[in-house]
Design a protein around this ligand. Structure first.
Ligand SMILES: Cc1cc2nc3c(=O)[nH]c(=O)nc-3n(C[C@H](O)[C@H](O)[C@H](O)COP(=O)(O)OP(=O)(O)OC[C@H]3O[C@@H](n4cnc5c(N)ncnc54)[C@H](O)[C@@H]3O)c2cc1C
Length: 328
């Protein structure tokens, strides 16, 4: 009998795992949002486009390169070649030499996950709030209380605190995920009538509420007017996560003015987005969670490192573990 696996979350980790397993098992992915991609996401708003989550990614391992080969060939993953500087108030900008190629998905960041999802069964608008153990099967429960069909395995590929709140405290070998800590992030999205008035396309910022800025419209495939994406540092966001958005906007616009001279009132479009979970302050420290007895597992960037490639690595490692126990 074909093993039935439910995967919670259609971000890169969940879809990588589904692609890896689909020839060995009957895989279904459940996604709470109405699109796939998770933190690989592009917002289209007011005639502008903004990658408000992941900015770009690396391809360091051979396994990730091989996995992305079809997407690279189809122009869904493309290199991005920005001029990057480091900025700090009161100091000259430092040009950052780039030692490796960096990549984005095109036409928007979610395009990579949309491509992976093409041959996978993905049910969107379906938040899984718990999973009930019934003899040898698991039954996921939706937010409205409805039960889904039975599965042999449940894999969470979502940030753990909500998506695994129902799971036993300990996985095999007494492993827990209590210590994992995620950080939020504010993304300020600015659209301009004319070119964004800066001499760079990417800027790391030191000693500031702002951690990174990018001329989003410079990335290949982005449509709409000139756009600037401003992201806060994880530490600053952590301290200000519950502040009113109007106050955040004022603080960021003052900082932006001091750093670049840009007056936010000159922007045609201004929008703030708050990520509750963006980066990983304390990872699990293992490549995945795996419990063959309970037939329960978890993967995602939070296991290894808060990076796109970290999400892939975690899912790839879990696929290898599952391969070893699934019937041949
Ligand atoms: C602001 C920001 C900037 C970043 N910058 C970079 C960068 O420059 N470079 C880089 O490499 N990485 C960056 N990252 C990190 C990168 O986006 C992540 O590491 C990667 O996308 C994580 O993939 P994932 O599949 O593990 O998780 P996610 O993308 O978070 O996917 C999890 C999915 O699970 C879904 N989900 C959650 N709970 C449930 C539930 N109960 N039921 C059903 N579905 C559920 C979510 O909706 C989501 O789609 C950034 C992230 C953010 C937010």
């Amino acid at each position: 009998m074909t093993v039935r696996i439910a995967i919670i979350g259609a971000g890169l980790a969940g879809l990588t795992l589904a692609c890896r397993l689909r020839s060995k098992a009957q895989v279904k992915v459940f996604e709470k949002s109405n699109v796939v991609g998770g933190r690989l996401s592009t917002i289209r708003s007011g005639g502008f486009e903004f990658d408000h989550g992941a900015q770009y990614f690396t391809i360091r391992s051979e396994a990730f390169r091989k996995f992305l080969e079809p997407a690279l060939q189809h122009g869904i993953v493309v290199p991005w070649d920005p001029h990057i500087v480091t900025l700090e108030i009161g100091r000259e900008a430092i040009v950052e030499p780039r030692e490796e190629t960096i990549y984005v998905a095109s036409p928007g960041m979610e395009a990579l996950c949309a491509h992976l999802a093409e041959e996978i069964s993905v049910t969107i608008d379906t938040e899984i709030v718990s999973c009930k153990r019934k003899k040898n099967a698991w039954q996921p429960v939706k937010a409205n209380g409805d039960f889904l069909e039975e599965f042999d395995w449940i894999v969470s590929a979502a940030p753990p605190h909500h998506s695994l709140s129902w799971a036993p405290e300990f996985f095999a070998d007494g492993i827990t995920f209590d210590h994992v800590r995620l950080r939020g992030c504010y993304s300020l999205m600015l659209g301009f009538e004319d070119a964004v008035p800066v001499s760079w396309q990417g800027a790391f910022v030191r000693n500031s509420p702002i951690g990174w800025m990018a001329v989003n419209s410079h990335k290949y495939g982005r449509e709409g007017g000139p756009s600037l994406l401003v992201q806060c540092s994880g530490e600053w966001t952590e301290e200000h996560l519950e502040c009113a958005s109007e106050n955040i906007e004022v603080m960021l616009s003052n900082e932006l003015k001091n750093l670049t001279g840009i007056d936010i009132t000159s922007a045609k479009h201004c929008e703030l987005f708050r990520w509750q979970y963006a980066s990983i302050a304390v990872p699990l420290g293992l490549d995945c969670l795996f419990d063959p007895e309970a037939q329960l597992a978890a993967c995602g960037d939070w296991c290894i490192k808060g990076r796109v490639e970290g999400a892939f690595k975690s899912a790839d490692a879990l696929a290898a573990r599952l391969f070893a126990v699934l019937p041949q």
